[in-house]
Design a protein around this ligand. Structure first.
Ligand code: HAS
Ligand code: HEM
Ligand code: CU
Length: 557
């Protein structure tokens, strides 16, 4: 109780603190690159749906896989990572002392420069046709070495930014001995800790395997090992997108609706479980690969079902926040609280639609993770449908919802009622477009339509022809979504030029009668060690096997 009172007092002191203008520049720089990536990635996405449905042929000798690589990289890696760092830097600046330490701000800018340079290099390679290897860059498909170098710069840049966050928390702890860190900062640091551990896998793949091989210094590559290192990183990557969305759901949304955070301790525990169980689960992307023994796949699937638990805790905690908020205002019956929520406020509405869609999105994930059902859906458009609900809707809509207050807050402006309305329209466009596109992807995937293919009728094979109507629905959905992308980019520009004023940073407070947060939740050493132990258990023997028995190795193409 004491801790939550302290936190509340601190909150009050922070609320009237205008955002530091130097930090604002950094946050806005990250957001601008993020939304530029969304725009270009959106154009690629629209063209993909047009090509697949046979509506257009690509001009200028452009290939489908150039487009799809650009889309995957720009949307899933550039848009997300830049947004996440901008968002977390803003909240850490706000909750840990009101501004970034000079060295942290320098780390943020250095990270930004490295990431932007890496993105420019990587995207240039993709758009000139020298890296049509998709965002998962599986060997033995081979890209120009500069594509991999670009990716490496992007990752190293994100490390530098992450180190800045760690330092800011360390300094805060030193100057606030005995106090538990603010929830937002705690979650931000866990997110980057997880990222730090996860990216070691892709760094090893890129530096030790792909770059020497693509320069021609070695002739062959161990494909099994490279895919395994990729998915050691690739699954936690999806939680790296999700955790900042959860930060908004746990910490920001209660404040925006005028309610309270249900439990600070539960939120922290959920994030610790995400740290522990996000990483040792990459094999659920490799269930159909022959080179891994069933025992290790089984073990990692068990761990995959463990990582569902913190998501269920999140669902529970959000329902509690909403219900208690509604009941406080006199809601009756089982679901009376539902109508009490501020539906006309885009800062709530967009992330809420993200939450709602996360229910079917997560259910689809459970299907994917079940070995026998994975055999049905693997490499079909069902999977593409799954992640356009998770990352491209639950996460993306939450990020859009954050943008409507984040830009005004850091730049000293206000969200006008007109922009709010445009935001609601944008959210509805996104939901309708995604319902059509992702719905069609899920269905046609069950009929066996493969992902990652351009227009094809397989020489009039009747099965392939029966997919066409779904591809048309995908294209209609893709068009609605693309209008949504354009409107979002317009909204960002409008927010950057909104009328001057003061907007508070919406950090929620914990319920008055909540349990005090136990200090062991902040025993970093314990959680990092446990995470390392789980990773060693899940990966040591399979990796040793792949390294000791590499087969002949594959030449690139
Ligand atoms: Fe996934 C493939 C399994 C979650 C993203 N996933 C992918 C790929 C991506 C991706 C990008 O096991 C493709 C990669 C590629 O290119 O090949 N996924 C899971 C499981 C979960 C899961 C078990 N995925 C995500 C999230 C992603 C994401 C999150 C991005 C952000 N996924 C898989 C598997 C594959 C896969 C296999 C490989 C498929 C293959 O064969 O290739 C779980 O973490 C999901 C747990 C979530 C829940 C939902 C909880 C609900 C909440 C909302 C509450 C709502 C409220 C509002 C409170 C159980 C928290 C309610 C209000 C009312 C009024 C109702
Ligand atoms: C793949 C369309 C937004 C992430 C695809 C594909 C289509 C598509 C048709 C599948 C192509 C294939 O498998 O042959 C769109 C449209 C969008 C959109 C029309 C909105 C205008 C997003 C967003 C994200 C995203 C916001 C992530 C934040 C991805 C990823 C792939 C993909 C990671 C997989 C690429 C691969 O298989 O290598 N998109 N998408 N998309 N999309 Fe989107
Ligand atoms: Cu996964």
């Amino acid at each position: 109780r004491n801790l939550s009172l302290q936190a509340a007092a601190q909150q009050g002191e922070l609320e009237h603190h205008p955002f530091d203008p130097r930090d604002a520049k950094l946050v806005i720089a990250y957001l601008i690159v993020a939304f530029a990536a969304l725009l270009i990635g959106g154009i690629a996405g629209l063209l993909q749906t047009m090509v697949k449905s046979g509506s257009i042929k690509l001009p200028y000798g452009m290939g489908y896989y150039e487009l799809l690589t650009a889309h995957g990289v720009l949307m899933a890696i550039v848009f997300t990572t830049f947004f996440i760092i901008g968002f977390i830097y803003s909240g850490v600046s706000h909750t840990l002392g009101g501004k970034l330490l000079p060295v942290v701000s320098r780390a943020g800018w250095l990270g930004f420069a490295l990431m932007t340079a890496g993105t420019a290099l990587g995207v240039a390679m993709v758009l000139t046709g020298k890296a049509s290897v998709l965002y998962t860059f599986y060997a033995p498909m081979k890209a120009s070495p500069y594509f991999y170098i670009g990716l490496a710069l992007l990752v190293v840049g994100s490390w530098v930014s992450g180190w800045g966050l760690f330092y800011q928390l360390k300094f805060w702890k030193k100057t606030h001995t005995g106090k538990i860190s603010p929830l937002f900062a705690f979650m931000g640091v866990i997110t980057f800790l997880m990222w730090q551990i996860a990216t070691l896998g892709v760094a090893a793949e890129v530096l030790i395997q792909l770059i020497p091989w693509s320069f021609g210094w070695v002739e062959t590559i161990n494909v099994m090992l490279s895919r395994t290192l990729f998915w050691y990183f690739g699954h936690p990557l999806v939680y790296f997108w999700l955790m900042p969305a959860y930060m908004c759901w746990y910490v920001i949304i209660p404040k925006i609706i005028g309610g309270k955070i249900y439990s600070d301790a539960l939120a922290r525990l959920a994030f610790i479980l995400l740290l522990l169980f996000s990483i040792p689960v990459g094999f659920h992307h490799q269930l159909m690969e022959p080179g891994i023994s069933p025992f290790w796949k089984y073990l990692q699937v068990v761990l995959t079902f463990m990582v569902v638990v913190p998501s269920l805790m999140t669902a529970f905690s959000l329902f509690a926040t909403f219900e208690l908020y509604g009941r406080e205002r006199g809601a009756k019956g089982l679901f009376g609280w539902f109508s009490m929520l501020p539906w006309k406020d885009v800062r709530f509405f967009a992330p809420f639609m993200g939450m709602l869609i996360f229910i079917p999105a997560g259910a689809g994930g459970l299907i994917n993770a079940s070995n026998q059902m994975n055999a049905v859906v693997h490499n079909t458009l069902w999977v593409t449908g799954h992640f356009h609900l998770t990352v491209a809707t639950s996460v993306a809509l939450t990020f859009f919802g954050i943008t409507y207050w984040l830009i005004p807050t850091v730049t000293g402006r206000v969200l006008t009622p007109k922009m709010n309305k445009l935001g609601i329209v944008q959210t509805i466009l996104w939901c309708v477009g995604m319902f059509l596109m992702s719905g069609a992807m899920h269905l046609v995937g069950l009929f066996g339509a493969p992902r990652r293919t351009a227009y094809t009728t397989y020489e009039s094979n009747p099965d392939a022809l029966s997919w066409m109507p779904y591809y048309v629905f995908m294209a209609v959905g893709g068009t609605v979504l693309f209008i949504g992308v354009l409107l979002m980019v317009y909204n960002v520009a409008a927010l950057l030029m909104a009328p001057k004023g003061e907007t508070a940073y919406p950090i929620g407070e914990t319920m008055e009668n909540a349990e005090a947060t136990p200090a062991y939740l902040e025993r970093w050493g314990v959680w990092i060690s446990l995470s390392a132990i789980l990773i060693l258990i899940a990966y040591t023997i399979p990796l040793m096997d792949m390294i000791m028995n590499p087969g002949a190795g594959s030449k690139g193409f």
